[in-house]
Design a binder for this molecule. Structure first.
Ligand code: UDP
Length: 473
């Protein structure tokens, strides 16, 4: 296990974005937390520190928690390739898709328990009786029993889920039941995500939040967006800005580097075209391939100045996601089958992950540059990319699945695709936004307001403090 460094960030920064009443509620909640926690540590255990929504959210939420004077710490577990194959299988199955189709039997249970037993050795020496431990996602659930035995308060926080249980999801949940049922409380992003056997009295619904000041979301003037994308060689045009600096969230300064090799398929994007963008891990459930196919098939219905960018981490980027390289390769193969006119307008980008700050800075610029941001997921626990784009006042077109249904009100602050398999319907929605500047503006403006009202960290922090006070009663 290794500890992830957390830089404290003042919650006052957040408070500046709120009316005084809301800011007071946040301050009162932070004061309550300091009082009830009284020196206890709030531990977080997850399976990766970078790449994907959970890492993104923990990075910011834990910084504010620290800034509020709460001793919170973050540990990332270590696992074998077999363990990560198994946990990816669980991840797929809990979303209702078979993934690699492998079993979830005794051998897998042995592997799971043995990896977690190794990790528990470190935890045992760190966690004291009375501390609170938040275990994130299926990868960590098996740590609950040992932690309870040392007297910790254990919460299992599940970030994934599917609206309707199926035989497959039930299979995944049976694997997890012995571990999850030991936790004192569970947290899901949506009511529908809890398994059938869950004790709902001990469960809370806490949707994720976004940090407006992170490298990923901080305001960038339009001129900078353009300069960053040219400097990184994502968009054509002279990159004469030399030393384009940006602030990483740990306070250090980064410089945008030119990356001539970012394109896994396609060339630099012309500066004067409109971009339709999807940013995702290379995970089949994000359906990058479906976006590509829909865009290519609907090329004639879309304005001729529209290009598609599919952007994800470089293949080796996200440690707990062994399918990434395969899915990226599938998308590249699919791109190669497109007619030339479609190939010229479709760009697959693999962003470097060696500098997480630079990755976030580029995603920020790309989301701001896009004319439409799409998220055509087949299932989605909560689409952080959707909220990120909405915060940047972008019009978003996304599948009406999972948490996205809560995030977007169709027609008001984004457009929802009722059936994610409806490729023609998907391009129709994109065309509607691209053909109507007034609609694009209205959706984008409303989207920013929705995130400000519902998805900033104060709501999230207050909900956790309420949960802690119940646990410690
Ligand atoms: N992300 C990123 N770089 C990439 C691809 C994704 O920083 O190349 C980020 C994205 O901006 C978002 C998170 O990873 O913050 C993905 O979260 P989401 O909830 O959309 O999906 P998840 O990966 O958790 O399934």
């Amino acid at each position: 296990m290794r500890e992830v460094h957390i830089d404290p960030m003042s919650v006052e920064r957040l408070a500046h974005l709120m009316d005084p009443e809301r800011a007071e509620r946040l301050e009162a909640s932070a004061a309550l937390a300091r009082r009830i926690l009284d020196g206890r540590v709030v531990w977080n255990v997850s399976s990766t520190a970078s790449g994907g929504g959970v890492a993104e959210m923990l990075t910011t939420l834990l910084s504010y928690t620290r800034g509020a004077g709460i001793d919170t710490r973050w540990l990332v577990l270590e696992g074998s390739p077999g363990y990560f194959r198994l946990t990816k299988r669980l991840h797929n199955v809990l979303h209702g898709v078979p993934g690699d189709g492998g079993p979830l039997g005794d051998a897998e249970r042995d592997e799971y328990e043995s990896v977690l037993a190794d990790n528990f050795e470190t935890l045992r020496s760190l966690v004291r009786a009375g501390d609170i431990v938040l275990l994130h996602d299926p990868q960590t659930a098996g740590l609950a029993a040992g932690l309870r035995a040392v007297g910790a308060h254990v919460v299992w926080r599940c970030h994934i889920g599917r609206d309707n249980p199926t035989e497959l999801t039930d299979l995944g949940w049976s694997f997890l039941e012995p571990y999850v049922s030991v936790a004192q409380a569970t947290v899901f992003s949506r009511e529908a995500y809890g398994p059938r056997w869950l004790d709902r009295r001990r469960s809370r619904i806490i949707p994720p939040s976004l940090d407006p000041f992170s490298t990923k979301n901080v305001d960038l003037p339009p001129g900078d967006v353009d300069a960053v994308l040219r400097q990184a060689a994502l968009v054509t045009g002279p990159a004469d800005h030399g030393n384009l600096a940006f602030d990483r969230r740990d306070g250090t300064a980064g410089t945008v580097r030119a990356h001539r090799s970012l394109f896994a398929a396609g060339d630099e994007v012309p500066a004067d075209v409109r971009v339709v963008l999807q940013v995702s891990r290379w995970d089949r459930l994000k359906d990058m391939a479906g976006v590509l196919t829909a865009f290519a098939a609907g090329l004639r219905e879309l304005p001729s100045d529209t290009h598609l960018m599919l952007v994800g981490p470089e293949a080796s980027g996200v440690g707990d996601d062994p399918e990434g390289a395969e899915v990226l390769a599938e998308c590249v193969d699919l791109w190669k089958t497109l007619p030339v006119d479609a190939r010229e307008r479709v760009h697959l980008v693999a962003l470097p992950m060696d500098d997480v700050g630079e990755n976030a800075h580029l995603v920020n610029a790309l989301q701001r540059h896009a004319s439409v941001v799409v998220q055509k997921s087949l299932v989605e626990g909560f689409g952080l990319t959707v909220t990120e784009a909405m915060w940047k006042n972008r019009p978003v077109v996304a599948s009406a699945v999972g948490g996205i249904q809560d995030q977007i009100t169709d027609g008001a602050d984004g457009l929802l695709l009722a059936d994610p398999a409806d490729l023609a319907g998907f391009t129709d929605l994109i065309a509607r936004v691209l053909d109507d500047d007034h609609l694009a503006q209205r959706l984008g403006d409303a989207a920013g307001g929705t995130v400000r009202d519902r998805y900033l960290g104060d709501r999230n922090l207050i909900q956790y403090v309420d949960l802690f006070s119940e646990l410690l009663q």
